[in-house]
Ligand binder design. Structure first.
Ligand code: SF4
Length: 311
């Protein structure tokens, strides 16, 4: 078992990082490398389909989001964006996936649904913009998953456990390592990319408005996809984190434990309790009550009808 990032670096020094994760999995769980790769090929397809569907936008379940991917895509297509295409595509793709998630579409949790736009946003944009073979993306998913698994040995990957750093922070670290791998980086580059990404999300709280994975989650995925790309870029240029990755993960766990309950997915703090956040939560509650009353009235009406017709 790969117990830590220090262990990973020793084990995979001068080796293909995806290969090391695949070998370890085969030894530990008896799953052949080809089976894992095949499963991840399918995940990549789901990610790609999700991006294609999500680009058109559409109203979310809570009606708080839905047009973001479409708007940015339209701006990009008509030459009105000012960032470079890789960055803009990473944003569009992250928004597309999260839009699908907010409409209850099928997505790949990476590592969670709430942070599911970051890894595909970064990897699929890079594949397209730098003309990278899809198979390399599949192997980058192995790397991203491996990085997430090592973090998960010491941290619970959920906003409820430790705030958004545990979801979005971990996703950007996974994506950053995947990008470094796709760009031909070494194992050290990939670990450093993950470290720079995760370190700079520490303290990020989970405060979803109305308890829905819509605000701030959807747009946050676009922002942190770019964050992950920046981390990978720094690492590939030789910039390193002063604090080692294992210690960053330990810090994340400590910070998560120190976060008040209201900032851990309860919707009882932060953005969720702003004036607007509270008004939205009230509206969602009123809507749910109205729908419940309508359903009850409909059931009653049908029962009366059956009685009247002797059915
Ligand atoms: S704010 Fe909470 S629910 Fe939203 S993505 Fe972050 S951890 Fe998930």
């Amino acid at each position: 078992m790969i117990e830590s990032f220090k262990h990973l670096e020793e084990l995979a020094k001068d080796r293909d990082l995806a290969e090391v994760f695949l070998e370890t999995d085969a030894e530990e769980h008896g799953v052949p490398a080809e089976d894992i790769l095949e499963a991840l090929r399918k995940r990549r397809e789901v990610m790609r389909d999700c991006i294609v569907r999500g680009k058109n936008g559409g109203e979310s379940m809570g009606k708080l989001v839905g047009s973001e991917a479409r708007l940015l895509n339209e701006a990009f297509r008509s030459g009105k964006t000012f960032l470079d295409p890789l960055t803009v595509k990473a944003e569009i793709y992250a928004l597309s996936v999260m839009g699908e998630n907010s409409r209850m579409g099928v997505i790949v949790a990476a590592p969670t649904a709430g942070a599911g736009g970051i890894v595909p946003g970064m990897l699929m944009a890079l594949e397209e913009e730098r003309h990278i073979e899809p198979e390399k993306t599949v192997r980058a998913l192995v790397v991203a998953g491996g990085i997430g698994s090592i973090i998960a040995l010491s941290a619970n990957i959920s906003g409820a456990a430790g705030g958004c750093q545990n979801e979005v922070g971990v996703a950007s670290a996974m994506g950053a390592a995947g990008v470094a791998y796709m760009m031909g980086g070494t194992t050290r580059n990939a670990i450093q990319a993950a470290a720079l990404a995760l370190k700079n999300t520490l303290g990020l709280v989970c405060d979803p408005v109305g308890g829905l994975v819509e605000v701030p989650c959807v747009k946050r995925n676009a922002l942190f996809a770019v964050h992950g790309l920046t981390a990978a870029q720094l690492a590939m240029a030789g910039v390193e984190s002063v604090i080692p990755m294992d210690e960053i993960v330990e810090a994340m766990v400590r910070i998560g434990r120190a976060l008040p309950r209201g900032l851990r997915e309860t919707a009882e703090g932060g953005l969720a309790t702003t004036e607007t956040g509270r008004a939205i939560a009230q509206r969602l509650k009123d809507d749910a009550n109205r729908r419940r009353a309508e359903r009850a009235a409909e059931r009653e009406r049908m029962a009366e009808e059956r009685k009247a017709t002797g059915g």
